[in-house]
Design a protein around this ligand. Structure first.
Ligand code: SF4
Length: 400
């Protein structure tokens, strides 16, 4: 069961869809091709998880508000610390590939979500989709529902590069998918990947230029890395260092009006992903579905990654395979790492208020050891420099 949350402003919700059309050779995420019956198994299990995590009882208030109740000594009592039930401020349906879910399953998923949660008026609702599985019917369904953003896993607009990445779509399908989302007036984000073997500057410049030609208000760029246990790790290809590609993306995207606001994320002002901003601000969220993580009231949990295990666990109770409570300086250091992912960095006054002066001072001392071209330390805030973002891992491992 979710303990009372400290955030009474609203709820951030993540739902993981664990299916993909095929497994990309570099991918270490919890996803697999759906077997017959898997979508039903997933939806039924998800419903059970929601029931166990929110044993609520959402009751309709006479004025249409809903309130969460929990079992107290005197029966059902309003959940402490929340007051009125938190409305969903941000919902992110990720994966895996949510667009591989059939329309029947999507309709069922929407019914479950609508029955269990209420949404704030300007809720941000993001769905991840991949070219190849995204259809006009998905777009229409999402448009008619409450989806506001689509994050399209394009990765490249070059067939040769897509083939190396083992993606099931081609460049033509990427173009169609992005155009469909734009035509439907969604807020659209594109994912692009750099750092492929034998990548030339021209390859990366062309991908960025093509991506920008669609006029989306958000682009995320990721470097291809070799994850242990993946087919790519067994091939062990030689990958470029990637520094030049990353720095070029910072320059090129800014020139096109997409400002960097996080290590991998660039957006037009005001179009930043609010759901992800909540993660980086050390905000609370509920994660549902196989492999989903949640963080409420200082406790982080992670669900079983395999669908069969997840489903079996939801029959007995909660499907979490790990749970840890973060307190004191450890919690502060985790929060510092999250904040340093963003261009805003750490605002020391707020940070000290939230995590205590001793923890803030200890982290500040650690950051002051880095050269100025990596970490910009000021009286009010510390943040990574554009060059520092490229070396973020080194900074974070020093702080943690
Ligand atoms: S589509 Fe995404 S989640 Fe699915 S296998 Fe490929 S990289 Fe992994």
């Amino acid at each position: 069961m979710c303990p009372p949350t400290k955030n009474d402003k609203g709820l951030s919700l993540y739902i993981h869809v664990p299916f993909c059309a095929a497994k990309c050779p570099y991918c270490a995420f919890a996803s697999a091709r759906a077997r017959a019956g898997d979508e039903v198994l997933y939806l039924e299990s998800l419903e059970r998880e929601i029931t166990s995590r929110l044993p609520n009882k959402f009751f309709f208030h006479p004025w249409g508000e809903r309130k969460i109740y929990e079992r107290g000594s005197g029966g059902l009592v309003p959940r402490r610390g929340l007051g009125w039930s938190p409305k969903v401020l941000t919902l992110y349906i990720g994966g895996g590939t949510p667009s591989v879910l059939s329309l029947v399953s999507w309709n069922a998923l929407i019914r479950i979500i609508e029955r269990e949660f209420s949404f704030s008026e300007n809720a941000e609702v993001t769905v991840e989709a991949n070219p190849g599985s995204l259809t006009r019917e998905h777009i229409k369904l999402w448009r008619d529902w409450r989806v506001t953003r689509i994050s399209v896993g394009v990765q490249s607009f070059d067939d040769r590069r897509l083939k190396f990445l083992g993606r099931v779509h081609d460049a033509a399908q990427s173009r169609v998918a992005v155009a469909l989302c734009m035509d439907a007036a969604f807020s659209v984000s594109l994912d692009l990947m750099f750092g492929l073997p034998e990548e030339t500057p021209r390859d990366w410049m062309t991908d960025l230029k093509t991506a920008l030609s669609f006029g989306t208000n958000h682009i995320s760029v990721y470097q291809l890395t070799i994850e242990e246990g993946t087919p790519l790790a067994r091939q062990n290809p030689s990958l470029p260092e990637g520094y030049a590609q990353y720095r070029y993306a910072q320059w090129r995207l800014a020139r096109a009006g997409l400002e960097q606001y996080e290590v991998a994320s660039f957006a037009q002002p005001g179009q930043e992903c609010r759901h992800n901003l909540n993660y980086w601000a050390d905000g609370e969220y509920i994660g549902l579905g196989p492999s989903a993580c949640g963080y409420i009231n200082g406790t982080r949990w992670m669900n079983a990654p395999r669908l069969d295990d997840y489903a079996a666990m939801t029959l007995r109770g909660l499907p979490a395979i790990s749970e840890e409570r973060l307190e004191g300086e450890r919690a502060a250091r985790q929060a510092a790492v999250l904040a340093l992912r963003t261009t805003k960095g750490i605002t020391w006054k707020n940070f000290a208020n939230q995590y205590g002066v001793p923890a803030a001072n200890a982290i500040r001392r650690d950051l002051e050891r880095f050269p100025r071209d990596i970490v910009a330390n000021g009286a009010e805030a510390s943040r990574l420099t554009p060059k520092g973002f490229r070396l973020g891992n080194a900074v974070w491992s020093e702080i943690i």
